[in-house]
Ligand binder design. Structure first.
Ligand SMILES: Nc1ncnc2c1ncn2[C@@H]1O[C@H](COP(=O)(O)OP(=O)(O)OP(=O)(O)O)[C@@H](O)[C@H]1O
Ligand SMILES: [Mg+2]
Length: 215
């Protein structure tokens, strides 16, 4: 049984690696694909998120979230997709995960320090020879110019920037706190979060773009 491995990489903390990995896994699982979400961060953020929501994150019961230590055993089962959430920081580790992937997503905020880390990360991923795409994320709608400029800077140096873009929305931390996919984010008054549908649509667009790249 062949599965595709998708890694969410990053050299910096707090750039939406776990949010991206968990929600892509949720999207594909909701679409009936057997998804293994591998939590390769010793902090266990993805595992904790999954547990907080009592497993609601991955709709298809055949999908699973496991810490990296349990991945070899879990990998003996048939999967359609394996999504790996990495810990930011170690260059060697990021290189090793890239080598084991079919596609690497590199989240990047439209801010100087995040762009600098992604330029660095791109060199590491390029050395693995694996296809990758930079995902502009946490893009502030009130400062659209920042994302446009970041896209220009990265494209100008020849890096592949994904068409899909993720907007900065409070639905994301709300969903994270509840341990659910961003689609299911709710307000403090327990109403559906007004940004959830938009955020989920963007996750869907990203999933479609990656499916295209993997095909
Ligand atoms: N599009 C978004 N809009 C607003 N907040 C977001 C968005 N994406 C993620 N966040 C929030 O930003 C914070 C950092 O995100 P996340 O934990 O996914 O980053 P990370 O790169 O995995 O961090 P770490 O390096 O600690 O593992 C979280 O509180 C998350 O809910
Ligand atoms: Mg994380």
């Amino acid at each position: 049984m062949t599965h595709r491995v998708l890694t969410v990489a990053g050299l910096k903390g707090g750039i939406a690696k776990t949010s991206t990995a968990a929600n892509l896994a949720a999207w594909w699982s909701g679409a009936g694909r057997r998804v293994l979400l591998v939590d390769a961060d010793p902090n266990g953020s993805a595992t904790k998120l999954h547990q907080r929501g009592d497993g609601q994150l991955l709709l298809l019961s055949a999908s699973q979230c496991v810490p990296i230590q349990q991945a070899p055993m879990a990998m003996t089962k048939p999967w359609d997709l394996v999504v790996v959430d990495t810990a930011g920081g170690s260059r060697d580790e990021q290189g090793q995960y890239a080598e084991g992937s079919d596609f690497v997503i590199c989240p990047c905020q439209p801010a100087a320090s995040s762009i600098e880390q992604v330029l660095d990360l791109a060199e590491i991923v390029k050395a693995s020879g694996k296809p990758f795409g930079i995902l502009l994320t946490m893009c502030d709608e009130r400062r659209k110019v920042d994302a446009t400029k970041a896209r220009q800077v990265l494209t100008r140096v020849g890096l592949p920037v994904l068409r899909s873009q993720i907007t900065l929305l409070s639905a994301w931390p709300k969903a994270e706190a509840a341990g659910v996919a961003v689609r299911d984010a709710r307000t403090d008054a327990n109403r559906p979060d007004p940004g959830a549908a938009k955020a989920w649509q963007q996750v869907g667009e990203l999933a479609a773009e990656i499916d295209e790249a993997l095909s």
